[in-house]
Design a protein. Structure first.
Length: 184
């Protein structure tokens, strides 16, 4: 009987730890790994970063220039179940690794903004952005113009010549912002 009581105590403790891990990973902080060079020179391939998730949990829009982790599957709605299935502990238990769907980018435009790319320069609402973090000047391509719709944001990588971002995948729904880069 004493052994069974001890086992139940351990199982209860492990269960509480599991639930706390889920809550922290879904609502507070979660680790991510940078995959690729789209954020060079700010972040590097295979670098580990930690995302603050309060903003995602509360549905708020991060600030201009924040580094955000996004779900690149913009053609589908997200739900709480996505957050649960993508938690590292659940992914480990199920054997699913969905890391490749998450992109690390910089927030350039918020709902209602007009983003223009002219002569390799980025303008927000008619003002040239000061972007000391970019790797190199953008290649000169035809001018582009984007009106960020309500409920969406516009993101770009710091390595503009090697980044799959809003210019290719489109606007990012606010609920697809998984978190904001926090501590390193």
């Amino acid at each position: 009987m004493k052994v069974w009581k001890e086992i139940r105590g351990w199982l209860f403790s492990i269960g509480i730890a599991f639930v706390l891990s889920l809550i922290i990973g879904i609502f507070v902080i979660q680790p991510y790994k940078v995959d690729g060079h789209s954020m060079d020179p700010t972040l590097h391939d295979k670098e580990r970063i930690y995302a603050e998730k309060w903003s995602h949990a509360l549905g708020s829009v991060p600030d201009y220039g924040d580094i955000v982790i996004i779900d690149s599957r913009v053609d589908r709605a997200r739900s709480f179940w996505d957050d649960l299935k993508e938690h590292p502990l659940i992914a480990l238990l199920t054997g699913e690794n969905k890391q490749e769907i998450f992109y690390v980018k910089r927030l350039i435009g918020k709902p209602g903004d007009k983003i223009e790319i002219k002569q390799g320069q980025v303008y927000r609402n008619g003002e040239l952005l000061n972007e000391p973090y970019i790797k190199e000047p953008m290649r000169i391509e035809p001018d582009q113009e984007y009106d960020v719709p309500e409920g969406d944001v516009f993101v770009m990588g710091d390595n503009r010549n090697n980044s799959k971002d809003s210019r290719m995948i489109g606007f990012i729904p606010i609920d697809h912002i998984m978190g904001v880069k926090g501590l390193k």
